[in-house]
Design a protein around this ligand. Structure first.
Ligand SMILES: Cc1cc2nc3c(=O)[nH]c(=O)nc-3n(C[C@H](O)[C@H](O)[C@H](O)COP(=O)(O)OP(=O)(O)OC[C@H]3O[C@@H](n4cnc5c(N)ncnc54)[C@H](O)[C@@H]3O)c2cc1C
Ligand SMILES: NC(=O)c1ccc[n+]([C@@H]2O[C@H](COP(=O)([O-])OP(=O)(O)OC[C@H]3O[C@@H](n4cnc5c(N)ncnc54)[C@H](OP(=O)(O)O)[C@@H]3O)[C@@H](O)[C@H]2O)c1
Length: 509
């Protein structure tokens, strides 16, 4: 095909099939009714589509279709329209479904295996910790206007965003090269993506399969090794893999886990493995969602969803520093990039009564939902609603490095919206934790939480570790109030001894 006479559908075909930057997969309806065109004959079966709907306005299905179209237009505009013949030829099989889209009912989807997932565009990314600091904590914003999750992402309602990351494209490329897998080869992913209609087939390229679907750099289990060993051709390798699944080799296997070996490492370690490309989807699980508390209020920032994220790192046995998948993905996304996400309910919800006092203890990124709480109250105040006092106990390591959203909180303090009681654990030789700051506020806590009939609420979010100490700090005897608070635990109804509500934010260890 001459380079400058490509048919109209060809650029899109090359875009979908041959460009790593694109994150859409192709779906088409296969046979029953014969269609003809350009030498392609295919049976097409008509099917009754099952479209999900969502209570909150726009249906998930409509939103998915709309966002994919936006994405293709966006990515297409940045893409060089002069398609080379070799690129078009590479997409081979895919191109016929694109050439005869009507007949094949061809459509595009991003992670069709994630029912609720919609493509959302990143609109802001800011580093919150200093460049030379040993932790990477950042702020990232998504444009959710007009999507099915537009009204489901209010952090003040305790909502979190489930993010589906992709694997590092360069690492995938190196893996495919080492395994001698053709990145442009087309593979069916019906195994992963359930069929929406009878006869519907989902295709993607090998490159996308390994970049967007399979958790190639995740942590393998022994079940994986049980499925892997039959693919080894060399008998010694077969035995070596099989042995790792035995109880007596448990220590060896655990050592491998401590060294953070990944699925990719195992595939590369045993050169005699002969795995048909479509079988990888049976061996490696798909990339699962990671949940992030939303740190913004959609009433305060319509159409936006913001996250406060710390990049996960750990020291593997042997000394290598390893990084978490999704927090790393979010570390490197920038405005203009897209990813698949949906909203997820959390347990934290601001009290319905806007006048009740709210205490919030956020440790590290556990600050996230409380920024949304403060934004929500600021929005309500701007509408003339009477809002109750807010007290924030933020626990971070160093005031210079980890005071996230400092300017905002200082402004809100000046406005009298919130009182910030920060606990910096590493500023001095003495550990200062949120529980110490909570004890300094005992009068207010007694008044709004402990006293009979008080209506205040206390929320805690962050790692699970401080839970007991924080509760003890709230529930300890309150000096000068003439009445000790009973017990060290919450009442059975989940309220503080005097009546105020104690909530914790789905704490993590
Ligand atoms: C309700 C909720 C809200 C949350 N909100 C926030 C938030 O607002 N901000 C925030 O930053 N985080 C938040 N998190 C945490 C977030 O969901 C992720 O857990 C976190 O970002 C780590 O994910 P990751 O993909 O980067 O790491 P993963 O890749 O999932 O790694 C996690 C851990 O798994 C182990 N691991 C991974 N791969 C291997 C391997 N190959 N071998 C051995 N071990 C391995 C390591 O111990 C590693 O530390 C929240 C979690 C929950 C449940
Ligand atoms: N459930 C949710 O909605 C949600 C939302 C956001 C984040 N999270 C989770 O919260 C965790 C936060 O991690 P992070 O790295 O951001 O926080 P971090 O920096 O590890 O901890 C924050 C602060 O807590 C201090 N701390 C440690 N032990 C304590 C204790 N026993 N009592 C009181 N304070 C203590 C730390 O001090 P030192 O280290 O100096 O001792 C540090 O100053 C992550 O696991 C994240 O997944 C959950």
């Amino acid at each position: 095909m001459p380079g400058d006479t490509v048919p109209a559908w060809a650029p899109k075909a090359a875009l979908v099939g041959g460009t790593a930057a694109l994150i859409v997969t192709l779906k088409y309806l296969s046979s029953k009714k014969t269609v003809e065109g350009g030498g392609v004959k295919k049976e097409v079966k008509a099917g009754g589509g099952k479209h999900e709907s969502h209570e909150a306005g726009i249906s998930v299905k409509a939103s998915q279709v709309h966002q994919v179209a936006e994405y293709i237009a966006d990515a297409g505009a940045k893409w060089d329209a002069k398609v080379k013949a070799e690129d078009v030829n590479k997409v081979g099989e895919l191109s016929k479904y694109l050439a005869f889209q009507g007949e094949y009912k061809t459509s595009f989807a991003a992670r069709p295996d994630v029912g609720e997932g919609v493509l959302v565009k990143v609109t802001d990314w800011k580093l919150l910790t200093p460049e030379d600091y040993d932790r990477t904590c950042f702020h990232v914003e998504f444009d959710i206007a007009g999507t099915s999750i537009e009204h489901l992402c209010n952090g003040a309602h305790g909502t979190a965003l489930s993010v589906y990351s992709t694997n590092d494209a360069k690492k995938v490329q190196e893996f495919l090269q080492a395994m001698k897998l053709d990145p442009q080869a087309v593979v069916p992913v019906d195994e992963i993506a359930p069929q929406e209609e009878d006869g519907m087939t989902v295709l993607t390229t090998v490159e996308k399969l390994f970049t967007q679907y399979l958790d190639l750099f995740g942590k393998p289990t022994r079940e994986f090794l049980k499925k892997l060993f039959p693919y080894a051709v060399d008998i010694q390798e077969k035995v070596a893999i099989a042995e790792l699944t035995l109880e007596r080799k448990m220590e060896d296997f655990q050592d491998r886990q401590a060294r953070a070996l990944t699925f990719a490492d195992y595939f590369l370690e045993f050169p005699s493995l002969k795995i048909p490309v479509e079988k990888y989807a049976e061996l490696v699980p798909t990339i699962k969602q990671r949940v992030y508390s939303i740190c913004s209020s959609t009433d305060y920032r319509p159409g936006k969803c913001q996250l406060l994220v710390v990049r996960e790192d750990w020291q593997a046995k042997g000394g290598d520093t390893k990084y978490g998948l999704c927090s790393s993905f979010l570390t490197f996304v920038r405005s203009g990039q897209w990813c698949v996400a949906h909203s997820t309910h959390s347990v934290m919800h601001m009290p319905e009564d806007k006048s009740v006092p709210v205490f919030m203890a956020g440790l590290g990124t556990g600050l996230a939902p409380f920024r949304a709480f403060v934004e929500q109250r600021r929005h309500e105040k701007s509408k003339g609603i009477t809002v109750g006092p807010l007290t924030l106990f933020f626990g971070g390591r160093y005031s210079k490095a980890e005071y996230y959203y400092r300017d905002e909180f200082e402004l809100y303090e000046r406005e009298g919206l919130v009182k910030c009681c920060n606990a910096w654990s590493r500023d001095t030789s003495k550990k200062v934790y949120v529980q110490h700051k909570i004890m300094e506020e005992d009068e207010a806590i007694w008044r709004d939480l402990g006293r009979e009939g008080s209506k205040g609420a206390f929320f805690l979010c962050g790692s699970k570790q401080p839970e007991k100490d924080v509760f003890a700090a709230i529930a300890r005897d309150l000096p000068g109030q003439g009445r000790p608070v009973r017990g060290a635990g919450p009442r059975e109804d989940g309220r503080a001894p005097g009546g105020g509500a104690l909530r914790d934010g789905g704490l993590l260890s």
